[in-house]
Ligand binder design. Structure first.
Ligand code: HEC
Length: 199
């Protein structure tokens, strides 16, 4: 019992220290060369929305080759935000530094081992994780607050790389900045960010 009480008190103190010095519990971690280290534990973050097989209009400027290839395959995109950025956005409708958004991508599967499905599609094999990070003090030297990363191992899409370098702005950031609903984030597609009660 004493041990349990001690550990509850210790946890409370630990939380207090993290809050008191203004550090985020979900701050992005980087390698010495400024690559983003793969965020872990996002499965328990806030799930903001999902979509199936979205394709981007080819007549839009800023559509890149990678994006148009992606559009040929119907994939599920499941999107998460770190809980501190979510709480901040709920209060202010702004994304703070740091904000981390994760997009997990799955093949759309329609067959499961028991063979009971007649229709529809579900999250099949995971084939990639892409990450967006807002950080006004990026360690790679770029002054653009939003950086975009792909942790998918190109040799085996079921594997996730331990770290990834940010793409050049023209590959990802430009389209997000010009067309996303709010500060580079596609809130118009994510019900947990789009349909929020007033703060
Ligand atoms: C032509 C426009 C366009 C380009 C270029 C683009 N994206 Fe996106 N991105 C989107 C759209 C639309 C969504 C929202 C829906 C979806 O695809 O699931 C999105 C969503 C995301 C998300 C989920 C969080 C968010 O910001 O809403 C991540 C992470 C992401 N993209 C990463 C990337 C990366 C990495 C690249 C560059 C390799 C990239 N994107 C290039 C249009 C684009």
């Amino acid at each position: 019992m004493a041990a349990i009480v001690f550990s509850i008190v210790a946890m409370a103190l630990f939380d207090f220290v993290l809050e008191a010095d203004g550090q985020s519990n979900f701050a992005p971690q980087y390698t010495a060369s400024g690559e983003l280290i793969r965020p872990v534990g996002f499965e328990t973050w806030v799930f903001v929305g999902s979509n199936l097989g979205l394709a981007y209009r080819p007549d839009l400027p800023d559509i890149t080759a990678q994006e148009s290839i992606r559009a040929n395959q119907p994939l599920f995109h499941n999107i998460y935000i770190d809980p501190e950025a979510y709480a901040y956005f709920r209060k202010t409708r702004e994304f703070p530094t740091p904000t981390i958004l994760i997009m997990e991508m799955f093949k759309a599967a329609d067959k499961e081992p028991k063979d009971v499905l007649a229709k529809g599609a579900f999250d099949g094999e995971r084939i990639g994780i892409e990450v967006a990070v807002k950080n006004v003090a990026r360690p790679d030297g770029s002054k653009t607050p939003w950086a975009y990363y792909d942790f998918t191992d190109p040799r085996d899409r079921s594997k996730i790389l331990p770290s990834a370098a940010a793409f050049p702005d023209a590959a990802c950031e430009t389209c997000h900045r010009k067309h996303a609903g709010k500060d580079n984030v596609w809130v118009q597609l994510y019900p947990r960010l789009r349909d929020m009660p007033s703060p």
